[in-house]
Design a protein around this ligand. Sequence first.
Ligand SMILES: COCCCC[C@@](O)(c1ccccc1-c1ccccc1)[C@@H]1CCCN(C(=O)[C@H]2C[C@@H](N)[C@@H](O)C2)C1
Length: 339
Amino acid sequence: PSTSNGTTPTPLTNYLDAQYYGEISIGSPAQMFNVVFDTGSANLWVPSYNCSPLYTACFTHNRYDASKSRTHIENGTGFSIQYASGNVRGFLSEDVVVVGGIPVVQVFAEVTALPAIPFIFAKFDGVLGMGYPIVAIDGITPVFDRIMSQHVLKEDVFSVYYSKDPMHKPGGELVLGGTDPDYYTGTFNYMGTREAGKWEVNMKGVSVGEEMLFCKEGCMAVIDTGSSYITGPASSVAVLMKTIGATELAEGGYTVNCDLVKSLPSVTFHLGGHEYSLTEGDYILWQSQFGEDICSVTFRGLDVPPPTGPIWILGANFIARYYTEFDRRNNRIGFATAV
Ligand SMILES: COCCCC[C@@](O)(c1ccccc1-c1ccccc1)[C@@H]1CCCN(C(=O)[C@H]2C[C@@H](N)[C@@H](O)C2)C1
């Protein structure tokens, strides 16, 4: 449905509640790509047609072919971006990118080195960073900034809906320029971003059940649409897992006995004077594998070194419960209860 503010919402696909991505096009004629809209980074990259055959992950994804686009503009500057999983390298190109029906001439990276781990597991092709310009590699103006400077949006905001029920609803939706009342109830509660330039807010504490256990003196929380789960300082998450009776798996994940799930406490994040609770339905991923039920906990320990850390990262499982509006005009984030 096209909204009144001149943009069309981008439907998102939900893969196992762990990967949410939507379609954009690059080039003329349009070359289609699935990208994660990631508030934790600010660059756009897709695999390149010139990706070295050494990188299997390039060949299981859509690749941008500059020679097939009549609006391609040569650049060639080197590019490398670092994620928690390792880095991704390539070179810069410029072309027409269409997001939510809005065309922009955009500098982006053609990736020629895409590590098999974790990208062979990616159902999407690339990443479209929705972060602030200050975090953009090579000082490239991010896509959303280019869209804002066209003055086509009713408001300089974007909103994200992540569904947990893809059987009955789309996997999610990105709206540029507003919000979609179909996917939230009640009003938005807003909080200022801690420093203009990052989608992060001050958090006043994290409680389990009725007891405030973590971040008692306050800490930082990043609202990150590009993270699947919630991460917190490893020591805090370890205590949290012990409190709910979870056991740690080899690769850092946690599971609980499925019989105990219904009695698990809620975990509450105190943000901007309001409490945002997750119940076991929000933070337990119940999967049946080979006839047996595995109940994994969608919290992970992650120690981000100072000065950025220690920090909590609220990812897809939080956003699935709280519809999120990212407001660049007022440097604030708004939450409403998702439906
Ligand atoms: C909601 O959809 C989430 C998409 C999945 C993200 C992810 O789970 C993933 C899984 C499989 C294959 C590739 C990637 C992936 C890897 C890098 C970039 C984008 C996606 C990431 C795994 C590594 C840690 N992590 C981040 O650092 C993320 C943190 C975030 N801000 C990004 O910048 C990188 C999340």
